[in-house]
Design a protein around this ligand. Structure first.
Ligand SMILES: [Zn+2]
Length: 273
């Protein structure tokens, strides 16, 4: 009886602790967005992120709020001599927060730190290639997303992604799509969906399209989606997300079912911007 009482008391305490810390977080976020958006940051948006002013006005305002919270909660670390300036932080935050518009979000809850290199960097940890073979060979990367706590980015490529938002390639969007994907506990191309969205439908469409890209990659046919997406379902989701934001009309035309699923998942309709 005493043991049961202790378990119940501990569970009640845990629930109260979660509820109050969520309330605290919510209040803190409200306080952050009540602060004015700094003038210098607005200038960086104007200089580095021309797409920002093509978005509907309500989404521009929302993006600024989300950026303020993101920048207050995440740490940035520079490596290999990379300075962490407002320009670096704002340029990365604006692109990362594009994936959070209109959605109930906890702001990449597993992510603590964004590590920034001046350009491409070398990693040496174990990885699996497209055929599933594990290797410890050093690799040159532009970006990387870890399941727990870190996104690593090349500043040159993050800046280029913001400057040209129509070429179908966006490093920041790619790596942060992996973060969303990982919120389910595994990074496998199936992020947690909202209650209204159907998992079966998602899985059916994504696996059909993934197999189609794999087939075209093997025959060398032209594809809208980068063939790197044929590596595995997680890369497919990240690559398709880049196209959803950067070439929405073409995605809608050539892969209407992916577009529809993403329109529901990301709660935006960029083909109309
Ligand atoms: Zn990737």
């Amino acid at each position: 009886m005493t043991a049961l009482y202790i378990v119940l008391a501990a569970s009640a305490f845990a629930i109260i602790w979660i509820v109050t810390s969520n309330q605290r977080k919510k209040r803190k976020r409200q306080q952050i967005v009540s602060q004015p958006f700094p003038k210098e940051w607005r200038q960086i948006l104007r200089n580095n992120l021309p797409f920002f002013y093509k978005m509907p006005t309500d989404l521009q305002l929302q993006l600024k709020d989300k950026m303020q919270i993101f920048l207050a909660e995440k740490d940035f670390i520079g490596r290999k001599g990379q300075d962490i300036t407002d320009e670096v932080k704002v340029t990365i935050a604006a692109q990362a927060c594009m994936l959070l518009l209109n959605r109930a979000t906890d702001f990449y809850p597993f992510l603590k730190t964004i590590v920034v290199y001046p350009a491409a960097f070398i990693t040496r940890h174990n990885h699996y290639d497209a055929s599933g073979i594990q290797s410890e060979e050093p690799r040159v990367l532009l970006g990387e997303s870890w399941n727990r706590g870190q996104v690593i980015l090349s500043w040159t490529d993050s800046a280029n992604g913001g400057a040209d938002f129509e070429d179908g390639h966006n490093l920041v969007i790619h790596e942060f799509a992996h973060q969303l994907d990982g919120e389910s506990g595994v990074t496998n191309g199936a992020p947690p969906l909202s209650a209204e969205q159907d998992y079966e439908q998602w899985a059916k469409i994504m696996s059909q399209e993934f197999q189609e890209l794999q087939r075209k990659a093997s025959t060398g046919e032209n594809t809208l989606l980068d063939k790197y997406g044929a590596t595995n379902p997680a890369e497919f989701f990240a690559v398709a997300t880049e196209i959803f934001f950067e070439k929405p009309q073409q995605l809608k035309e050539l892969h209407s079912e992916i577009y529809q699923q993403f329109q529901q998942y990301y709660c935006i309709n960029p083909a109309e911007w």
